[in-house]
Design a protein around this ligand. Structure first.
Ligand code: ARG
Length: 412
């Protein structure tokens, strides 16, 4: 009996060809696993295509709720954004796909798992490292990394030779990946970082020039750092993110054009669309500024960078991740309240925030009547705060009495 392999199968050209290749070249019985993380493709069509390509079986899993609950929202609470711009949609999807591949491999008593990543990207690392952590006994095969087909044309020729029906959707020069947290687009003309991305690459966001002239406002409710409502209506995470993707996408919110550093050492130009993630990250940060202290905010920003790198670099299933989560969760105890966001012409801006745990005290901040802040006490505070500055300035900065104090001189 042939050994079984579970292939993470998107329904696209690469993974269709991979089904046949795994069967012909490696002798596996292929179980094609399709996971919906927000693209909601018609499984009937994809299922048939997998069987026609030579799969022994096609399996479907709806990963949307788990993706939001265990991956996207924890990353939101952490404020995880890679290199300041990328909300990590693709990177967050990989560990869940790995987990589901392993689950199905166990159910089916398979010996191996397979994924459609190339040998040049981050995704191969995320899949391989995650599977190695979850199921070290499973073999991992990455057909695209191993076969000698170089181009889309090579794959089309292979498909024709083997009579494999391939996706009939119009040919795209781009490589894309999509889930509820966002969409990633690369290749084609985008490989020239000087070229402005053509408008037709976008699917989730309207161009700013076609976005409504009037802004929309949306109020996002958070409980302990997790979004729970839109405009006062309590929603499950999947519905909330879907609605927000649509609403913010209409206003052209969430486009990112980034030259980023891949883990494998290559700089690459990638375009992202992440309407809901962009709005939620900005809203969440605004609520943190209301409810966290200054050192909490500062430390959290450092942890956010660590967290983003960890996700990007495929280290989701690690003890270090658990350590970072412990800190993040502790910070979110009082991040409860609502933020009103204005969506307009490509921008998502927090314009109002409130919280039962707010640290903002108007009677301290006000310049109007009702002020309880003791301004005379500031004098003593400044005397002590400035003490070491005065001592050092006298001893070291004002070398010649009467000389103007210069911190840096242009001649130096
Ligand atoms: N650069 C992004 C990452 O490493 C996205 C990778 C997948 N992109 C794609 N266009 N297929 O997470």
């Amino acid at each position: 009996m042939a050994k079984k392999i579970v292939l993470a199968y998107s329904g696209g050209l690469d993974t269709c060809v991979a089904i046949r290749w795994l069967k012909e070249e490696r002798g596996y019985d292929v179980i094609a696993l399709h996971i919906d993380m927000g693209t909601e493709k018609e499984f009937d069509v994809i299922h048939e295509r997998a069987i026609a390509a030579g799969a022994a079986k096609a399996v479907f899993r709806d990963g949307k709720a788990d993706f939001i609950r265990y991956f996207a929202f924890p990353a939101l609470a952490a404020g995880a954004v890679y290199q300041g711009h990328y909300p990590l949609a693709t990177a967050l999807g990989r560990p869940l796909i790995s987990k589901l591949m392993v689950d199905v491999a166990r159910e089916e008593d398979a010996a191996a798992v397979a994924h459609g990543s190339t040998g040049k990207g981050n995704d191969q690392v995320r899949f391989d490292v995650s599977v190695q952590a979850l199921a070290p006994d499973l073999e991992i095969v990455a057909p695209v990394r191993e076969w000698d087909m170089k181009t889309r044309e090579d794959e089309m020729a292979y498909a024709a030779r083997h009579n494999i029906p391939v996706p009939t959707t119009k040919e795209s020069p781009y490589s894309t990946d999509e889930n509820l947290w966002g969409r990633s687009i690369e290749c084609g003309v985008l490989e020239d970082p000087w070229q402005e991305p053509p408008e037709d690459i976008y699917e989730l966001t309207r161009s700013v020039k076609d976005a409504p002239e009037e802004p929309s406002y949306v109020e996002i409710g958070f409980a302990h750092g997790i979004p729970v409502s839109l405009d006062g209506e309590e929603l499950d995470g999947v519905t909330l993110v879907k609605r927000l993707n649509f609403l913010a996408g209409e206003h052209g919110v969430g486009r990112v054009d980034l030259v980023e550093d891949r883990l494998v050492g290559i700089k690459s130009r990638e375009i992202y669309e992440a309407p809901a993630a962009t709005v939620l990250l900005a809203a969440h940060e605004a609520l943190e500024h209301l409810t966290l202290s200054k050192p909490q905010i500062r430390m959290k920003a450092r942890v956010a960078q660590e967290y983003a790198d960890l996700i990007y670099n495929g280290l989701w299933f690690t003890a270090y991740h658990q350590d970072l989560v412990a800190f993040v969760q502790s910070t979110q105890r009082h991040v409860t309240g609502a933020v009103r966001m204005r969506l307009h012409k490509g921008r998502a801006v927090p314009v109002g925030r409130r919280s039962p745990k707010s640290l903002y005290d108007v009677s301290l901040a006000t310049y109007d009547k009702g002020d309880v802040y003791d301004q005379s006490a500031a004098v003593g505070f400044i005397k002590i705060w400035g003490l070491p500055v005065r001592v050092q300035a006298r001893a070291q900065l004002l070398a010649e009495p009467g000389e103007p104090l210069r911190i840096a001189s242009p001649e130096q």
